[in-house]
Design a protein around this ligand. Sequence first.
Ligand code: F3S
Length: 755
Amino acid sequence: MAFDLDMIKALYAKMPASIAKARKVVNRPLTLSEKILYSHLHADQKLENFGRGKSYVDFAPDRVAMQDATAQMALLQFMSAGKPKVAVPSTVHCDHLIVAKTGAAEDLTVANTESKEVFDFLSSVSNKYGIGFWRPGAGIIHQVVLENYAFPGGMMIGTDSHTVNAGGLGMVAIGVGGADAVDVMAGMAWELKFPKLIGVKLTGKLSGWTSPKDVILKVAGILTVKGGTGAIVEYFGEGATSMSCTGKGTICNMGAEIGATTSTFGYDASMERYLNATGRTEVAKLANKIKEHLTGDPEVYANPEKYFDQVVEINLSELEPHLNGPFTPDLATPISKMKEEASKNGWPTRVEVGLIGSCTNSSYEDISRAASLARQVADKGLKTKAEFTITPGSEVVRYTIDRDGFIDSFEKIGAKVFANACGPCIGMWNRVGADKKEKNTIVHSFNRNFQSRNDGNPNTYAFVGSPELVTAIAIAGDLTFNPETDFLTNESGQKVKLDAPTGDELPKRGFDAEDPGYIAPAKDGSKVQVKVSPTSDRLQLLAPFKAWEGTDLRGLRLLIKAKGKCTTDHISMAGKWLKYRGHLDNISNNLLIGATNFFNEKINSVKNNLTGQFDEVPKVQRAYKAGGIGSIVVGDENYGEGSSREHAAMEPRHLGVRAILVKSFARIHETNLKKQGMLALTFANKDDYNKILEDDVIDITGLTTFAPEKPLTIVLHHSNGTEESISVNHTYNKGQIEWFKAGSALNMMGKGATK
Ligand code: F3S
């Protein structure tokens, strides 16, 4: 599938020297994470001993992966950058927009009709700009990436938080917002705060009912949903090497659930086996030649406390199967304690549905082990109590498990096979009866189990477990069933016990598929037309933002003085607005509708200073825009915290807001504003927030001499005829000031600038 062997060769050729230089500069042995980070510094980034959790560093990732929901705005922006082709190998995967309802074939047909224009758009942009396209039904982004593109020692970014899955094949793979993906695809540097490092030492060996999933469920219980924030989790030890490559992928995948930047494992024989089985023997051979550089230095793993910021140790031989939940992935309960916990907390114990698969857990090993349990249903005269569904991670996995009889085994226990897509994992599950909002329990092998995530029912108690445990519990129909100790009563009234699951790490007859679903881009895309209907309500081509007019900004109006928390969700809400992610004008109708107006303490109600009437924020801003009047948004502390969603910066820019002035910014949002050509300013004196009045007419001066570290001035013309000037700070460097002048970073790129 066109993995880029030349790129891997070039990286491996320079890695040993880059690592040696870094080791010299930091003057100590290196972890694997550091080796990968230091060998991916951007050409303009000076090598130094970076402060973990402190230094901002420019990197040059090897690849970009995008899923269909987030790719829309990323690619619309990329199109505006004026580049003929992506600078690094990139792929698009259609997996999020397929609703699971009846079964794979029918559900796919429906999605291909309902989201046709989005899929057509993504495929034509991919074709034009040299991006590999995986059509709907080909599989879930992270499974497809693991099967085709991930490689030891590589660095990848992806517009999805579970991009981290590729750590299972020894990568540093990180989930980002669309604007970051655009930078890398356009050949620019990608900035990341140098992460802290958490070492997880795995001793012993998994056996019986315990699986790699239980490792991360246990880690989540220890570190909690915030424990990995700003850190890379690096796994090592005999327990790590004894595990399959796909099992490592599962562990890395759920690193997102502890907030980790990413997780990774050193190159070993399991990765070599997986590369060979997935048609990448050449990559394995190359990796073998530099294998000591694709894992941490021995001294690091011998004395981890000295080299990691935190160390956790888990003995796999003593690890129990876990179920995490409900409503949060870090509430870890060993299965032997579930009876007690469920009764203590009043969790409904009758299980309605067991769901296996997803990007987290649909490897051949997972499915073969789960199938070994499904076969026992008939063998032992049992009847499966809960409904059961499978969402395979890729067509390659689906075809292979079908060929090897596993799907047949599942269908014999009444299973429904959904499309190779996200489906129930992302709430794209048309579950019959969910609208009644009844209290009920489901178990699944996905990664997230927040309230309402899977079926939209806030009263669904979702528990996360390994595919093996989920299958056993679905057979029993009982959340508290411990297959290690408990018996089931079969149809003839006999007590029977399930045997521990067995399976194969990789298919003995190899992976196969009639059509994996990949479409290679045109060699020369210059003639390819990108399809966007001008009447579409879901997609809209981006027009370049206007360049700065070359003068100070005068006569601005206050759109809103936001009070208290104002996250990217307050600025650009999700939910029903997700549909418009590819249509800037339509999604702009959610601009700041969640923010609280300081003056009336109301949400989505601000004064239109042209009429004196109160109205919704987007409507008032559209009135200013129609009148050719610029505006300013004032905010409190940590404005724009939350996600890296670029829409939160693009919407105000699109509607004519000229500056965001706050007490402090969340850093990523501040950068996003700069990229979109907005002025991101902070009060030199935070108390000046109080000087901003509802009817003020506002000037921003000093722009003709705009320079790094030089404050600007804001003049407030109050309605009572008085005037006040306040000093405002900014963090623009020279390059970013050029973005402002050009109208946006993309406009600058169009002019040929690279940074
Ligand atoms: Fe999709 Fe769920 Fe994975 S939404 S990408 S299957 S986390």
